[in-house]
Design a protein around this ligand. Structure first.
Ligand SMILES: Nc1ncnc2c1ncn2[C@@H]1O[C@H](COP(=O)(O)OP(=O)(O)O)[C@@H](O)[C@H]1O
Ligand SMILES: [Mg+2]
Length: 312
């Protein structure tokens, strides 16, 4: 069953098309990752899906509810952690959780139990009496995410929740979310960090300039581009003439990031590599180091985004 269904959704701000005709469907009980560079339209999409803003056009159904006609009904059933920090400066960490629980009408005893558990799960016990204004950005972010788990929900939206977290807090949060998904929660999560999406998500949509340019499982995305290999060659000396020597080789793209580094992407990596080596040898170019590795998701992502830019 799909719990988010988006059809031809668009949002413009004046002449800026922040979200441009996106369609997608998110299955219950999975983590759906929205991956894209800054300005791609991630936050605008989350604001649309959480009914904080109205679309310019398109249809949106959340948990079976028409979200454009019944935004309040949707808001009662979902959780949302947006990008903007939201906190009351003088409230302590524990009071922030407590107050949020009250807002959601969680009964007192249950509120206390949840609060204590969240303080432990999000490593906030030591700072529970600290005021929000005295916390670091990462600590505030942790409070902001922890707070959302004070209430029950079927669907949670998180807009770049790991920004400002150190690596251990980041991993801790991702593992916490994984655990919650196992209990039936569905998560829509945005990030510009690919390794994060790969670690957490069952499905990833890559968004750029307001458009979804690919949707698939991390494995399928890799498989789709899996034949591609990246060959890296490091030359001993700066060799400007190498560019013209190698640029005639077919079935590959070659980047010369500097006079000594050459990066080659190809689906026929063995054949291409043989040709490169022969040319280098024939011209007396000495190689310092050479490696051929499967193209990773990060490179696929960067390549898709840059190709999308050049198509516009
Ligand atoms: N309230 C707004 N008014 C005008 N332009 C906006 C507004 N919000 C976002 N934009 C523009 O829409 C585009 C997408 O922004 P956003 O959704 O915040 O991207 P992301 O979250 O992926 O970084 C950007 O070009 C941004 O400048
Ligand atoms: Mg954003």
């Amino acid at each position: 069953m799909s719990c988010v269904n988006v059809e031809h959704l668009s949002k413009s701000y004046g002449s800026v098309i922040a979200v441009n005709d996106i369609s997608m469907s998110i299955k219950k009980g999975q983590v759906f990752g929205f991956l894209g560079p800054n300005g791609a339209g991630k936050s605008t999409t989350i604001k649309l899906l959480t009914t904080l803003i109205q679309p310019s056009s398109g249809n949106l159904s959340i948990l079976g509810i028409n979200a454009i006609k019944n935004p309040l009904k949707v808001r009662h059933k979902i959780g949302a952690v947006l990008q903007q920090p939201s906190f009351e400066p003088t409230l302590s960490v524990e009071k922030s959780l407590e107050k949020y629980g009250m807002m959601w009408n969680v009964p007192k005893t249950e509120r206390k139990i949840r609060m204590e558990k969240l303080l432990r799960d999000f490593e906030l016990v030591e700072i529970r009496k600290k005021r929000n204004e005295d916390l670091s950005i990462g600590q505030r972010r942790r409070v902001q995410v922890a707070r959302e788990f004070m209430h029950e929900m079927d669907l949670l939206f998180l807009d770049e929740p790991t920004v400002g977290l150190d690596p251990s807090a980041r991993r801790n949060l991702l593992d916490y979310l994984k655990k919650k998904v196992k209990t039936g929660l569905t998560i829509f999560f945005t990030t510009h960090i690919l390794t994060e999406a790969e670690y957490l998500c069952d499905e990833i949509a890559i968004i750029d300039q307001g458009k979804i340019i690919a949707v698939d499982t991390p494995e399928a995305l890799k498989k789709r581009f899996g034949n591609k290999k990246t060959i890296k060659i490091h030359l001993l000396k700066n060799q400007e003439d190498i560019i013209s020597l190698l640029s005639g080789i077919p079935d590959c793209t070659i980047d010369f990031s500097s006079g000594t580094n050459i990066t080659i992407h190809s689906e026929q990596s063995e054949v291409v590599l043989m040709k490169v080596l022969r040319i280098l040898n024939e011209n007396g170019k000495e190689i310092d180091d050479l490696s051929a590795v499967p193209t990773n998701l990060e490179e696929i992502f960067l390549k898709m985004v840059s190709e999308n830019v050049s198509n516009h």
